[in-house]
Design a binder for this molecule. Structure first.
Ligand SMILES: C[S@@+](CC[C@H](N)C(=O)[O-])C[C@H]1O[C@@H](n2cnc3c(N)ncnc32)[C@H](O)[C@@H]1O
Length: 208
């Protein structure tokens, strides 16, 4: 059973003060990957261990999951990983307004976002046209955007929003030299794979 929190609720307009990017990581100048809706962070722990030449930032709106990820991080030696609790939309705007007026993300993943099946709830979906513009503003030129979902309707919707933005182009084939985070299974993906359900995925690249 999926458990959802309403990202539009007043509760998520407030969040803890966030440290500047330079203080989040042992080596702040490494390329940065951001995972939106990272749950307990297992996907990012795997990535941070496998590819130590990148920094990883997970953002999660469900407090219990974010605390779980933060406590696992405290018990590890990783310095290339950090978790923020809150609504990604507010956190990204906060970063843009306070710390960084220039793009800082080298890639972003949106793995199995909450589908919000009912039409009247579609506005709660994390990927909205204006949100896509805001995340594109933090992404460097040629940065990658990775999406995955087990819900075909949601995947088609995300694909449409991204294609219509004209900011990104689809990467039809993987560059052999690129480290592809989509090769690592997320928490939801492990469950979906165990049920042998289809998984839809796509990589996009910021055009300019
Ligand atoms: C279906 S789960 C997928 C979790 C993980 N990405 C995976 O693939 O296993 C979607 C996650 O996104 C989080 N989420 C939903 N809306 C969010 C928002 N506005 N900001 C941050 N996280 C959000 C949810 O709390 C949930 O943990």
């Amino acid at each position: 059973m999926r458990q959802h929190v309403n990202p539009l609720s007043e509760h998520y307009k407030k969040f803890e003060p966030i440290p500047p990017m330079e203080l989040l990581f042992g080596m702040p100048n490494l390329p940065l990957h951001i995972d939106i809706g990272c749950a307990s962070g297992d996907f990012l722990f795997e990535l941070a261990n496998q590819n130590t030449s990148w920094n990883y930032l997970g953002i999660e709106i469900r407090e219990k999951l974010a605390l779980n990820a933060q406590s696992k991080l405290k018990n590890s030696d990783l310095t290339n990983l950090f978790f923020l609790y809150g609504n990604v939309d507010n956190l990204i705007s906060e970063y843009l307004n306070r710390f960084s007026r220039k793009p800082f993300a080298d890639s972003i993943s949106l793995n199995f976002p909450d589908p919000w099946f009912k039409k009247k709830h579609h506005k709660r979906r994390v990927l909205q046209p204006d949100f896509l513009i805001r995340i594109s503003e933090i992404m460097k030129e040629s940065a990658h955007l990775y999406i995955k979902s087990d819900v075909k309707d949601l995947f088609d919707y995300m694909n449409l929003v991204i294609s219509e933005s004209l900011i990104f182009e689809k990467l039809e084939s993987e560059n052999n030299y690129m480290f592809n985070p989509q090769n690592i299974k997320t928490e939801r993906e492990i469950y979906v794979s165990s049920k042998k359900l289809p998984i839809y995925k796509q990589i996009y690249q910021r055009k300019f």
